[in-house]
Design a protein around this ligand. Structure first.
Ligand code: HAS
Ligand code: CU1
Length: 576
């Protein structure tokens, strides 16, 4: 039996390794993070079909029974977006990217601090949940001012983000302690990917922190007479674009480090893996204006620079596509696969965890291609603010991220708890249903978007119903509505497996389900002295963070400075 994530580092006197009690507490904490995440997702996902039905031309928001719980389409959409995109991701990722580097480095974290951050994040969530549920923060997950929500919502959200930054701090701290205790050693690759992602998130979060703390909280408390929507949007997208990589990279960690072993193969190249993450660290943030091509008072030249940087940050995803395909091919050929693409059949398709992740990748080919379309200034006017955009993000965050995390849960829960996965066949069915549902939703929504149907609109009960009906979108509307049903079934199947597993009795030693850490075809080596130039140059993550920060200041400074000198005080509005 393989040991769990074989650590390359023996504990040293200066740096105590994980003992049994700490490991058990850490596993419990990781379970708390993951289960909280999946509870949020469950509520958010149950609201999803309501949105799909709307874009199928069926308005369910006026049913009296539903009206008691949810006041409007916009409250439903806000809850759906916040729970799925913001809460689910942040909780899962915080647990996942604390657990992995700690196991990888075999270091003992301060568990009191770790539990404190979990409780703080949960307190933030519960605080924000109150106004969301009482229809006092129906501002959608982007909370663009002058739409105004209760200050309680902004405060809760700020506490949640602050908690995630504390997790980032703890991981970086542990990594630095490990580096001091092991001079000249190459950072193990799982830790490398985790630390790079956390450092990227620290640079990324600055925009949101300033927006919420300096602008939105004082404004919603009535301490300022208005807020500048353009500046707020710009700070929001400073964080809002890289946040999508904060959702994606933890899934990439699994695609690079664990999926190859689950498929029966090896990671392609550690050096290339590090290069991809180093590029994400440097280029994820200075691109946010690609969400603001339509915004006035931002110079076109800056929009174009952000566009080119966006194309640049697609490169590490293309590297990932190469690496992921190479490692899957390696696995399938090792299992006797033959032919140019015939080898695909030899992947272990009976394994729900592997299948979830490969299907997540397949859908991300289309999600990524759509992203490049969004980023092109020439195409953006066709798709911006249309149903195309939710089509895009359901096959990025809704699959590449979510379906991967679902697949990860199939081994992670047994690994954390010693319980056995209930009904692997239902698990397998659930991931196919999820994949199919998301692909159908994306097809229907991209199609409607190209026809000009707006996003975030109660199109099924619009005042210009005749216009929507005259667009002859019968087929894409049916596809979109049906996808809601398919995803509903997927969710029932998945949660049946998850809850049955979690509620079953512990039967195994948790460590007998190992972390499926893959070997590499081209490994990095143990010491920096022996490593390739690529590995050596990508090792100084703090220096790369500094470069990232400088780049962000260079491409945001001239954009933000005029907004500060022309600050507009716009009063808030509550529309729904
Ligand atoms: Fe995006 C809008 C551009 C990636 C999420 N995006 C959004 C929004 C969300 C989102 C939530 O430029 C809506 C925000 C809102 O509410 O307004 N996006 C991009 C680009 C990329 C991209 C260039 N997005 C993502 C990811 C997301 C995400 C990842 C979540 C996780 N996006 C945009 C733009 C907008 C936007 C504009 C604004 C639009 C507007 O007008 O408002 C790139 O990072 C994509 C690069 C990806 C690739 C694909 C690589 C493929 C891989 C899989 C390989 C598969 C294999 C399978 C190997 C180049 C890695 C093998 C299979 C076998 C069977 C063997
Ligand atoms: Cu973006």
């Amino acid at each position: 039996m393989t040991t769990a994530l074989p650590s390359k580092s023996a504990p040293s006197a200066a740096l105590p390794g994980l003992d049994a009690a700490t490991l058990s507490s850490l596993k419990k904490l990781t379970q708390y993070y993951a289960v909280t995440a999946f509870i949020a997702l469950m509520i958010g996902v149950l609201l999803g079909p309501l949105q799909a039905l709307n874009y199928g031309g069926i308005n369910v928001y006026d049913y009296p029974l539903l009206k008691v719980l949810i006041k409007s389409y916009y409250q439903g959409l806000t809850l759906h977006g916040v729970l799925n995109a913001l809460v689910f991701t942040q909780f899962f990722i915080s647990g996942w990217m604390l657990y992995l580097p700690v196991r990888d480095l075999n270091v003992r974290p301060n568990m009191r601090f770790a539990w404190f951050t979990y409780l703080m994040m949960t307190a933030g969530l519960l605080t924000a949940a109150v106004p969301l549920l009482t229809n006092d923060a129906t501002v959608l997950y982007t909370f663009y001012p002058p739409l105004e929500g209760s200050p309680v919502f902004y405060i809760g959200a700020a506490v949640m983000v602050a908690a995630s930054l504390l997790v980032a701090g703890q991981v970086v701290w542990l990594w630095l302690a490990w580096k001091r205790a092991h001079p000249g050693r190459v950072t193990p690759v799982v830790t490398y990917m985790s630390v790079a992602t956390w450092l990227m998130w620290v640079v990324a979060a600055l925009g949101l922190v300033v927006e919420v703390v300096v602008m939105l909280i004082p404004w919603s408390l009535g301490l300022t007479r208005g807020v500048d929507p353009l500046l707020a949007r710009t700070l929001f997208w400073w964080t809002g674009h890289p946040i999508v990589y904060f959702w994606l990279l933890p899934a990439y960690i699994s695609w690079y480090a664990f999926l190859p072993r689950q498929a029966g193969g090896r990671m392609a190249s550690e050096g290339l893996t590090r290069l991809a993450f180093a590029m994400f660290l440097v280029f994820s943030v200075p691109v946010g204006l690609h969400h603001q091509y339509a915004d006035p008072n931002v110079q076109n030249s800056w929009k174009i620079i952000h566009m080119f940087l966006t194309f640049l940050v697609a490169v590490p995803s293309l590297l990932t596509a190469f690496s992921a395909a190479a490692s899957l091919e390696d696995a399938a050929r090792a299992r006797g696969g033959r032919g140019l693409i015939g080898w695909v059949r030899r992947l272990p398709w009976g394994n729900a965890s592997m299948t979830a992740q490969v299907l997540a990748m397949v859908s991300f080919i289309f999600g990524g291609a759509g992203g490049i379309v969004n980023a092109s200034m020439a195409f953006s006017p066709v798709v911006h603010n249309t149903a195309w955009i939710p089509g895009h993000f359901h096959i990025t965050v809704g699959t590449a991220t979510t379906l991967t995390f679902m697949g990860v849960m199939f081994w992670l829960v047994p690994h954390l708890t010693g319980k056995r996965l209930a009904s692997p066949r239902t698990a397998l069915a659930s991931v196919w249903w999820w994949f199919t549902g998301m692909m159908l939703f994306a097809l229907g929504m991209h199609w409607q978007g190209l026809a000009g149907v707006p996003r975030r609109a109660l199109v099924s009960a619009s005042a210009q119903q005749g216009v929507y009906d005259a667009m002859h979108l019968g087929l894409p509307k049916i596809i979109t509505a049906a996808s809601g049903g398919v995803l509903f079934i997927a969710a029932i199947l998945f949660y049946t497996v998850l809850w049955r597993t979690l509620l079953s009795r512990r039967v195994d030693d948790p460590e007998s389900t190992p972390i499926p850490r893959s070997d590499a075809i081209s490994a990095a080596g143990e010491t920096l002295a022996d490593a390739s130039p690529l590995v050596r140059r990508t090792e100084p993550l703090l220096a790369l963070t500094f470069v990232a920060l400088v780049l962000v200041i260079l491409v945001y400074g001239p954009v933000i400075a005029p907004m500060l000198t022309n600050y507009q005080f716009i009063p808030g509005q509550r529309l729904w």
